[in-house]
Write a protein that binds this ligand. Sequence first.
Ligand code: ADP
Ligand code: MG
Length: 237
Amino acid sequence: MSSFLIENLTIYNNQEKLVNLFDNKIKSLKIDSAVAIVGQSGSGKSLTLKTLLKLLPSNLKSNLKYISNFELNSSNISFVPQNPFTSLSPLSKIDKQFFCEKNKKIKMLKLVGLEKLVLDRFPSELSGGQLQRVVIAIAISTNPKLLLLDEPTTALDTKNKELILNLLQTLQQDLNILMLFVTHDILSIQNVCKNIVILKDGTIIETGFVKDILQNPKEDYTKQLILSSFKNRKHRK
Ligand code: ADP
Ligand code: MG
């Protein structure tokens, strides 16, 4: 069973602290099954993931302290970025973008609900929803212990959003994989994540079970996140 506990995560731009996760009451973050990090734009969600991926922009410095039974390296950690249209190479067929053997590619595609003929397609020949499935298939093909997702449904339409969220929920249950799911849309992760972390100005201000936080948010900021997610939903329907 994989375990991952973050005890310190700070990110600096020269003297300015952009992120300090545990500057408030909350002093550590345990990633247990699937955890959502929810915050407004600019709250430090993407930088937090980039620190774990060791992919911070070169002008920024970070301090990271964690306790885990696996190393944070590319064989244990995978990443699903926001925009499936830009995360694959446009010049290669899907087949060439996987790094495993053929049978495994087909198995992974099947897991995300795609047929093997997709391997013979270029990214431009697939829809956004199909592309994000491919990106997820590639991400899980290395058997990661930890999967990081940065707004994986934001670039998709409502129907594909639902499909991808259902898929992630199934994968989470079927594969033994820790997930850290970043989003600004708090209602979207209800069925995927058990725990939620609310990020404001680079600091965790509230955390708990998703259903508790949705039913009984303590912070005004969290109430606003719920309200704006709710309005967004009504607007879409
Ligand atoms: P989120 O993903 O929650 O929208 P980010 O993690 O991208 O937010 O950014 C958090 C904060 O750090 C923002 O205020 C952003 O402007 C700032 N920031 C992001 N990247 C850099 C950078 N390379 N240099 C300086 N500041 C940055
Ligand atoms: Mg971001």
